[in-house]
Design a protein. Sequence first.
Length: 631
Amino acid sequence: MVKHLKVNQISQILYKTMNKFYLKILLTLLLSLLATNIAMGEVKAYLNKSSFYEGDPITLKIESSTNNNAKPDFTPLEKDFTILGTSTNSQISIMNGVRSFKKSWTVELQAKKKGSLTIPEITVGNEKTQAVNLEITDLPPEVTAETSKHVFIEAGIENSGDTTYVQQQIPYTVKLFYDDAMQTAQIQTPVIKNAIIEKLGADKRYAVTQAGKRFNVVEKHFVISPEKSGALRIPPAIATGRIALSGGDSPSLRRRMDETDMLNNFFNDFRSDPFFKDSFGDFFSNRSQGPSKPFSISSKEINVEVLPVPDAFTGSAWLPAEDLTIKDSWAKNPPNLKVGEPVTRTLTLQVKGLAGSQIPDINFPSPEHIKSYPDKATTETRTDGNTIYGIQTTKISYIPNISGKITIPKITIDWWDVKNKKQRTFVLPEWNLNVAPDPNYNANNSSNETNINTATPEETDRNKSEIKDENSDNLATSSKEDASWKLIILLPLLLLLLLLTYFIFRQKNKLARRQQNQQVLSPKKQLKNINALRSALIHACEKNDKQSAATALIEYVQADWGDESINSLGKLASQLTEGSDVIKSLEQSLYSKNSHEWNGKALSQLIEKGLKKKQTHTHKPNDALTPLYPS
């Protein structure tokens, strides 16, 4: 009996022990699964609210519990929204021994249109957020009416008619009208697809009276250059800020403004932007900051029809402009030419209505019986506050090789008059000059004097070579007698110099090897970047995507040649020893009516073969650039 009790007691003890063991295993498994779920993480996206008025900034927040370096891809948002700014925040917390991680991204958006919109799925590493729906509606009439009493915005273009040519400058002006109720304000520059927008000069400030009320005005000037023919949409210019609450504001209006008070933080973020600071930061910073309400106003949308290069244009390079002139440095000070002596000519091309980077290289004709060495052209862009002026400066060195009369050919440039819609040609007249003979040449070779009527350039060069060889023989004969004693004196000095040079180069080699060990990855990274650009270019050619091919081609050439001045297809074509016709074909396809017809096979073959750059001769003259500023 006693033995039986002991066996039962032992059995119960073993049973309890086993239960505890299995319970621990079960708890361990549950905790492991929980930890796995936490490690897997979850990414969420949500808005501060689901309904917005037109012009309201939209705050999108994305949260992830995965602790890695993954970043969201915001590209899908660009279809229906303008991304105004982003910020990131990370948080780690430990509670009851459990460690948790949370990372969030805050994105400020502006809707591009009204109606029902969707925040698409955003990819974060290997995960995606859920889509979020929202509604964009018109501002309430009472808000619009109350705001328009204190502030409104206007935007317009200043071209003739409603059409323009590809690459032609479109003057664009934005005006913000406001009264003393204004506290803060910013203008958001429109983002225009297939066009470049540039700001002109400083803002203008003045006052006007409209409908018997005085308004202050801030006026901003831009130019828009379309890069593609077809319909060009200029989105509304949007102004956001805060105005003081007036005594007549209704309770419902105050509630509406209180609900959208989150705009205040958004505005403060933008006040640090240099673009907005130049426009309004200093001007509004000292204004009183009493009770206020946010506002968001916009101008009207503008649509322009962009025309391709007209068939009537027969010039070698497309130049749409309001005016074109060339200034010649010889006009006021004609040179005195002499055989063998270089002279420099500075030609300054000024184009009204184009940026300097949009001017193609000009091929100046080479004269006969004279050698010419053009320097690499330099470009710049200037403005008078209303329009832009592109300026291209080229210096050419001439070296006459015969005496007599010579002719520097005239220079002709075809361009398109955008105001009168017709082709024009600028002509810089030819120069007829006399070349004086070289006195030394005539003194030693009076019987062989050469001029333009009695000798060819080849004979002149041969005669000069014979004179040089004869003088060299005489010099060798006269110095032969003194060579022996000079050699005795110079030999020890030469040995000492060689020894010193050896030690200097040895130290430099040590330093170079040390630097090379520290920077050995640099060339590899550079080569990898060039190869990536080349692959992207060939991929665009295979898809016959001319717009992407043109962009990739310029980026590839700039990286491969190390020359950032190659910023247009025209410049690239002028620098190639072969294949310029392929580049011009791409340029013509982009800017002509037959823009849909392009095959990338020829360009791909040219890239596979290799782009060969022309060899240029440089000569650095001392002539200073004549000051130039458009009136």
